[in-house]
Unconditional design. Structure first.
Length: 73
């Protein structure tokens, strides 16, 4: 991580991270719903992981669009 990056590259990296977090959040929510009746423990774990990805997504969104989540608090 010794490479110096410009602001455009940094923004691209953040946007890729947002897209990845958004996709993982969708997958975990879907998994949680699918497992709800058959495996409540796994469903709960998927739900908890989705909360973590939701927090990461909120932080990355706030970096790209400051103040966007100010009303959520």
């Amino acid at each position: 991580m010794t490479d110096v990056v410009d602001s455009d590259e940094l923004l691209r990296r953040i946007q890729r991270a947002r897209a990845c977090a958004r996709e993982e959040l969708r997958n975990l929510r879907s998994r949680s719903e699918d497992l709800e009746r058959t495996d409540p423990d796994a469903a709960r774990e998927a739900h908890l992981r989705s909360l973590a990805y939701e927090a990461v997504l909120d932080v990355l969104d706030e970096i790209v669009t400051p103040g966007h989540h100010a009303d959520a608090t």
